[in-house]
Unconditional design. Structure first.
Length: 225
């Protein structure tokens, strides 16, 4: 199957309430254009530089989809990221949240939707806030006080495990965190997205409550290096 066929099949198989975010890391503009033509509405990029290149290549077409940053955002890349991304899924510290808040208005965006990234496996090599609820609630409360940020979700990568079933307890833990943050009903927030699950694990993630899955390989096939 080609890219359009793969996307169409997945869109039919995956429940309609679950958003498919297309993970564009390492993909060509032609591949991204094909999946957008097939109906994709959300594109995720790990790196600001790659996203900037795609965004500039597409011109007006870039406005037809929502761009999500799903990789770590360094403080010195905030100014370049803000004009491109509609959503930043990787907030893991108040310092980063404040940096975005302070520069948002200058970028022409009065409100930036953000998700808190939870390092649910507590892995030293991965970004994300540690999976301690008190820390996460504290960050959520601080974000709610920032003028230009709207907390709208929780995101996790989960550990790299060969068997997707082994991820179930991590997804379950993240769902519980998400539900607790959502139940706070903090001012200036609209917490309704649980972003978890990728090409190997999206079925398990959906079973555990995910309503946004980040899919790359299962749409595009293996990357050609």
């Amino acid at each position: 199957m080609g890219i359009a066929e793969n996307y169409g099949r997945l869109r039919k198989e995956i429940p309609s309430h679950v958003r498919i975010l297309v993970a564009a890391k390492g993909r060509t503009p032609q591949e991204i254009a094909e999946v957008i033509d097939a109906g994709a509405t959300d594109i995720g990029e790990n790196y600001v530089r790659e996203a900037q290149a795609l965004y500039n290549t597409f011109g007006k077409m870039a406005k037809n989809v929502r761009w999500h940053l799903i990789g770590r955002l360094q403080g010195n890349k905030v100014n370049k990221a803000l004009p491109i991304f509609d959503v930043i899924q990787t907030i893991d510290s108040l310092e980063l949240a404040k940096a975005i808040d302070q520069r948002a208005e200058k970028s022409g965006k009065s409100i930036i939707p953000v998700y808190i990234e939870v390092n649910v496996g507590a892995e030293a090599t991965k970004s994300g806030i540690q999976p301690e609820y008190e820390l996460i609630e504290c960050l959520a409360r601080e974000i709610s006080r920032l003028s230009h940020l709207s907390l709208e979700g929780v995101m996790t990568m989960g550990p790299m495990l060969s068997n997707p079933e082994e991820l179930r307890p991590y997804f379950k833990q993240t769902r519980m965190i998400f539900e607790r943050i959502k139940s706070l009903k903090l001012p200036n927030t609209n917490v309704n997205i649980l972003s978890m699950g990728m090409s190997d694990s999206y079925n398990v993630a959906i079973q555990e409550g995910s309503n946004m899955v980040r899919l790359g390989r299962v749409i595009f096939g293996e990357r050609v290096l």
